[in-house]
Design a protein around this ligand. Structure first.
Ligand SMILES: Cc1ncc(COP(=O)(O)O)c(C=O)c1O
Length: 374
């Protein structure tokens, strides 16, 4: 089965991991610091490495102080973790609808849902295309809320010339194997605000602090540390950070290949009946994680099944988050975000990954065209 996404691992990655395994530090060592510094160069802001994109979100919301009684406005066109990690901290998740073409959080819809309880507006760079951050920033400024970017899809993308990671107050990344780069499992929080990054770092380190200025008592001895706030162990080990640093060296090459394949899909699929191709924006330079087409005329399920039967592992991204029983049980109902639901009804992600060969891509196009023309 041709997957919709897949990692690219080369001998330099293997070498980096083996070297880390033979070193003194399997975790909490120098490769973590090095990976965070490497990430900062890509993200344009200081970063804290964590265990995955879900824990990155949990950490970022915790750093923003999200707690019971707060509201977090976000998009339903995302992986459930964007919303569930805020709900776990006690927040009420408020779903705002998406833009019709990009499926990114619609700033006007978000603005309409702001209340005095809004603590965070969380956008998602769906498929790797950055959200409309300048307009979202106006919303968070007037709401006195934090702007969070779930950039699980978008490391390597830029918005108005600025790297994703350097725009929102808090940005989260995922390094799952299908993503733009991988550490197996892994993620990171980036922040342009030192105080938020410090809180994120403390939260992912079980809440432990050792710097005298943050401690209540300092005269116990050099072993002493304190826990001023609860945290969890979300530390990414050196072994995986070594893989991350190695992968980051190829980020530009990964981007070039994904952009080449995207342009090729655009060209090969232009004019195919019953098909709508993904939208971009003039002011963004995306590193696409997904190539999400829209299958019209109510044929998405049939096309999904027939593509799978032909050995092509297309995917649907995403089931509107509030459709999940955990949100339904909290009173959320279908129909709440009609633009997102219309998008979901037609969406199909075609295979897109660095090692997708031109021949395999031709086969995807050929099978899809044949199905749609039949
Ligand atoms: C938009 C989005 N947010 C968060 C996540 C969570 O990342 P992870 O799978 O690394 O926990 C994902 C990954 O699927 C995602 O696509």
């Amino acid at each position: 089965m041709l997957p919709y996404g897949r990692q690219n691992i080369d001998p330099t990655d293997v070498e980096a991991v083996v070297e880390a395994l033979g070193s003194d530090w399997l975790t909490t060592g120098p490769r973590v610091t090095a990976f965070e510094a490497d990430l900062e160069r890509a993200a344009g802001a200081p970063c804290v490495a964590v265990t995955n994109g879900t824990t990155a979100l949990h950490t970022a919301y915790a750093a923003a102080g999200v707690t019971t009684g707060d509201e977090v406005i976000t998009t339903p066109m995302t992986f459930v973790a964007t919303a569930s990690s805020a709900a776990l901290l006690g927040a009420t998740v408020v779903f705002a609808d998406v833009e019709e073409d990009t499926a990114n959080l619609d700033p006007a819809a978000a603005e309409a849902l702001v209340t005095s309880r809004t603590r965070v507006v969380a956008a998602v760079d769906y498929a790797g295309v950055p959200a409309d951050y300048d307009r979202l920033r106006k919303v968070t400024e007037s709401a006195e809320a934090y702007l969070l970017a779930d950039a699980a899809h978008a490391i390597g993308s830029t918005y108005r010339g600025r790297p994703v990671g350097s725009i929102a107050d808090l940005t989260t990344f995922s390094f799952f194997p299908t993503k733009n780069l991988t550490t197996g499992e892994g993620g990171a929080v980036a922040s342009i605000r030192p105080e938020l990054l410090e809180r994120a770092r403390t939260f992912k380190g079980v809440g432990m602090v050792k710097t005298p200025e943050r401690m209540r008592r300092t005269d116990e001895g050099r072993w002493f540390y304190e826990v001023p706030e609860f945290g969890l162990n979300y530390r990414l080990p050196d072994v995986l950070c070594a893989l991350g640093s190695s992968q980051l060296r190829r980020l530009a090459a990964f981007k070039a290949r994904r952009q080449y394949l995207t342009a090729r899909y655009d060209e090969l699929l232009a004019g195919v009946p019953g098909l709508r191709l993904p939208a971009g924006r003039d002011d963004v330079d995306p590193m696409r994680h997904l190539y999400p087409v829209r299958i019209q005329d109510g044929r998405r399920r049939e096309v999904y099944d027939r593509m799978h039967a032909a050995g092509i592992g297309v995917q649907v991204n995403y089931i509107p988050v509030y459709w999940h029983p955990v949100f339904e049980d909290l009173g959320y109902r279908r129909g709440m975000c009609p633009v997102a639901e219309a998008f979901y009804a037609e969406e199909l992600s075609l295979p897109l990954f660095v090692d997708l060969s031109d021949d395999d891509q031709d086969r995807v196009v050929e099978v899809l065209r044949r199905i749609l023309e039949s």
